[in-house]
Design a protein. Structure first.
Length: 367
């Protein structure tokens, strides 16, 4: 049983818990700042050109912090050159060898992530914290269900939410003894309920910023569902300062999914939200095809608008009156509407072009 409460929690006017502010490169997390999206490079870090290309691709998509696996000396040395060619903050992911953490700190990394369960002892954690403190760099304690300390694992008879929380609180105590406050926390497993409960419990015990995620979530289809269940629930309750949706897929898909999750929750105020109805017997246009076309057309649009794609004119505009713009289909024709009011009737094949034209005209008038 954890018997100490480190901080009194506060909530900002957006309903999110206010955690301690930590700066990672040029980005601040916690302290009421917006939730920050992270992902991870798939290439070996020593392959500098390929890594730089992937980092820049992720940044273009909207990834704000990028993590790299540091396996050996070659990877650690590569950080010096990668930093010169990229702009987003970089995090070194360290397992087993604490000396690699010390080296990347010297080589200009923006943050270090260590797993206390496999780094090899308390004194090594202290070495990393002391070195990071000298350089003014943050450290993330990344607790993982697959590498819990043996005594904690035995105490709880396996991986549980309480086991994860006790593990991280043990590490936080070390950081407190070192007077190290530049700390970020994560505690992950592949079990949705376990992750949700662990972060809920931890949020009552510390105000260090939390990086949330479900580890080993799976392929894009299953992984997005699992992540949405755990992370969506946490974010709705104001828990989480940074996030990663971990997928067995191109990391670009992680960033897209994270943006859509934040947008759906009203946390991200940038980009187009698409709503569309399911098909039914009243649908007389290619609704599925049209919805995909609209989604594709506006996927990189930064305007904060909502577009509805509805299958019939009977209920379409009324059911989607909260949308800024929309289309509703009929037999070979469709209507355009704004805020639930029909503004124009057009042929089915012209719906997308006329929708773009309508939005463009309004945007030009107001800017």
């Amino acid at each position: 049983m954890i018997d100490y409460l480190l901080f009194t929690k506060k909530v900002n006017n957006g309903g999110r818990e206010v955690t301690k502010k930590v700066k990672i490169g040029n980005i601040e997390i916690g302290g009421g700042n917006p939730v920050v999206i992270q992902s991870m490079i798939t290439k070996k870090t020593e392959y500098i050109d390929e890594v730089v290309e992937e980092i820049n691709r992720l940044a273009t998509e909207g990834c704000q912090i990028v993590r790299l696996a540091i396996r050996d000396e070659k990877d650690a040395q590569a950080i010096k050159f990668i930093k010169k060619r990229t702009r987003v903050p970089l995090v070194a992911d360290i397992h087993f060898d604490y000396r690699l953490a010390l080296e990347v700190i010297e080589n200009g990394i923006d943050k270090v992530r260590i797993n206390p369960g496999n780094i090899g002892g308390e004194w090594r954690i202290r070495q990393v914290l002391q070195h990071a403190k000298e350089k003014g760099l943050p450290v993330r304690f990344g607790i993982n269900g697959g590498s819990l300390e043996a005594d904690i694992y035995d105490k709880y008879g396996g991986v549980t939410s309480d086991a994860l929380v006790e593990s991280v609180m043990r590490s936080i105590k070390i950081a407190e003894e070192e007077n190290f406050e530049n700390l970020v926390i994560s505690l992950k497993s592949s079990d949705v309920r376990e992750v949700y409960e662990a972060y809920k419990k931890l949020s009552k015990l510390t105000n260090f910023p939390l990086h949330i995620g479900v580890t080993e979530a799976g392929t894009a289809y299953r992984g997005i569902i699992k992540s949405a269940m755990a992370l969506g629930g946490l974010l709705l309750e104001g828990i989480g300062d940074t996030m990663r949706i971990s997928l067995t897929a191109d990391p670009i898909e992680e960033v897209k999914a994270a943006k859509e999750m934040l947008r759906s929750l009203g946390i991200l105020k940038e980009g187009v939200e698409i709503i569309s109805c399911p098909t039914c017997g009243r649908t007389e246009i290619d609704l599925i095809g049209l919805a995909h076309q609209v989604e594709k057309e506006f996927e990189n649009d930064k305007r904060n608008i909502k577009i509805a794609v509805m299958g019939c004119v009977v209920n379409g505009p009324g059911e989607a009156r909260e949308a800024d713009y929309g289309v509703a289909g009929g037999r070979g024709v469709g209507v355009l509407f704004k805020k639930g009011k029909i503004v124009k009737k057009v042929k089915e094949e012209e719906l997308l072009d006329e929708l773009k034209k309508l939005i463009g005209e309004d945007y030009n008038e107001n800017n």
